[in-house]
Ligand binder design. Structure first.
Ligand code: G6P
Length: 474
């Protein structure tokens, strides 16, 4: 049987919804990962395995979902309500997410959440074993599945296993706070190739591997028992052509017209994120408040378009943050609004692809200021959408993307004054300078697009496997 490739991530590229009348509907996700990997998992016998986003389905519903997903080369891992609570909302998003984003005060360490994490990683492993052959290639994604490479290695010693972490890997001093730190590293090291977005994340990982497990590394290669594991940086890109083409499409132009005054009358600053404390939305609002007070000539002239996409709303910190953002937006709008002008246009919902494209295309400034971010693709989407090369990107140094996009105005998001100064520089930047900065960024984002990212990772995975085979034959 031909070798196949299995992609595994917590979420499938399709989400299942249970409607009020108990019928099921299927919604494709347009996320970057789904686009980048679509040519891979849709080919031949390849497959994508993951959670369809719901819980507690009876046997009949499970069969129906599995049958529908199979048509598109996908297979579900079903979770119960309790597993979603403890594995997804719990250990993944109350322990790992805050810790890995340096929010140590938010991280909770609870044994029953850890137990659920081990159990659900094992459920994923079992689901893969239902489909995998011993020599298949399996590419596991992200922090929800850190133990899976190790479990797969035990079950399929010869499989080719890749792992990519989409969020930061923290420095050793942070990582060692985790009670299950050794088990976690052992799990990840089951892979043949381990990828991070940045060189810094890769160094942090290798440092923890060395200090906690005692394995040395040289040029990103770690000898783990009789295996050679490669660790490297692969900065993820976007589907450049899709955003570039959309920006000049008639659908986007119609949207720009539909948004009317919001985009044409005033200068606009764009802010787009999932609702998350790592994104620095509060800091951004405080910075904008200070900007309007320091430069009153911009009152009535510039508006912030604030898109906050609902996310993880069962987790306390996310609920609390939502309230804080609502309050701050209210305060700023209450302070500066005029009868014919609002400083902030706030949307708490998702937007259509054309809607986003129109906002990217027509806004004067993008304000992307996470406190910590593995990569951040919003800034790359903004760059790709600027077909007339007019527009300024303000980007946090704490986003992985800052390593590549050095022509953006780079700022420390914790420094309100830097946000204020950056906004002023962006709004007064001469057109020629905007063009030359944008052009340089476009070259990089176009070249290192998501398809290239997949290709480079997959090639390197094959290479390391060949090296291992050669090593074992010696
Ligand atoms: C980040 C993570 C992804 C995750 C996404 C959405 O980008 O790296 O693994 O899927 O956020 O979060 P959610 O919790 O809704 O899956």
């Amino acid at each position: 049987m031909a070798k196949k490739t299995i992609i595994v991530s917590n979420r499938l590229p399709v989400t299942v919804n249970k409607n009020a009348d108990n019928s099921l509907s299927f919604h494709p996700s347009s996320g970057g990962l789904a686009t980048g990997l679509s040519t891979t998992y849709k080919q031949g016998g390849n497959l994508w395995i993951g959670w369809p986003g719901t819980y507690d389905h009876d046997q009949k519903e499970q069969e129906h979902i599995a049958k529908e997903l199979k048509k598109d080369n996908m297979a579900p891992v079903f979770l119960t309500k309790n597993e979603v609570k403890k594995f997804y909302e719990g250990y993944s998003n109350k322990t790992l997410w805050p810790l890995f984003h340096y929010f140590t005060e938010y991280a909770t360490y609870e044994l029953d959440l850890w137990d659920a994490y081990v159990h659900v990683n094992q459920l994923f492993c079992n689901a893969i074993l239902d489909h995998a052959e011993p020599e298949d290639t399996i590419w596991v994604h992200d922090y929800q599945l850190l133990l899976l490479p190790g479990m797969l290695r035990d079950a399929l010693p010869n499989a080719t296993i890749g792992f990519f972490q989409h969020i930061p890997f923290p420095s050793y001093e942070i990582f060692r706070l985790l009670p299950w730190r050794k088990e976690t590293l052992d799990g990840v090291l089951g892979a043949d190739l381990i990828g991070f977005h940045t060189y810094d994340d890769m160094r942090h990982f290798l440092s923890s591997v060395n200090r906690l497990l005692g394995y040395d590394s040289s040029l990103g290669l770690v000898k783990v028992k009789n295996r050679l594991v490669s660790v490297d940086a692969f900065p993820m890109g976007i589907d450049y052509d899709k955003f570039e083409q959309a920006a000049d499409s008639s659908k986007t132009k119609q949207k720009v017209i539909a948004y009317g005054d919001l985009l044409s009358k005033n200068k606009s600053i764009l802010s787009i994120d999932r609702l998350d404390y790592s994104k620095g939305i509060k800091h951004r609002l405080l910075g904008f408040d200070k900007f309007l007070s320091r430069y009153p000539e911009y009152q009535g002239v510039v508006s912030l378009i604030l898109l906050v996409v609902p996310s993880r709303d069962k987790v306390d910190q996310y609920q609390h943050l939502k309230e804080e953002i609502d309050t701050l937006v209210g305060k700023v709008n209450g302070k500066y609004s005029r009868m014919n002008w609002s400083p902030i246009h706030y949307f708490y919902r998702s937007f259509s692809f054309e809607g986003l494209s129109a906002l990217y295309k027509a806004s004067d400034v993008a304000l992307v200021t996470p406190l910590r971010d593995g990569m951040n693709l919003v800034c790359k989407e903004y760059v790709a959408s600027k077909t007339d090369q007019q527009g300024v990107l303000i980007l946090s140094e704490m986003a992985g993307a800052a390593k590549e996009l050095s022509e953006a105005i780079l700022i420390n998001p914790n420094d309100e004054n830097q946000i204020v100064d950056a906004l002023y520089s962006a709004l007064t930047m001469p057109e020629e300078e905007q063009r030359s900065r944008m052009k340089e960024m476009q070259k990089k984002v176009r070249r290192y697009n998501v398809h290239r990212w997949v290709e480079i990772f997959m090639n390197q995975l094959d290479n390391i496997k060949e090296r291992q085979t050669a090593m074992n034959m010696r």
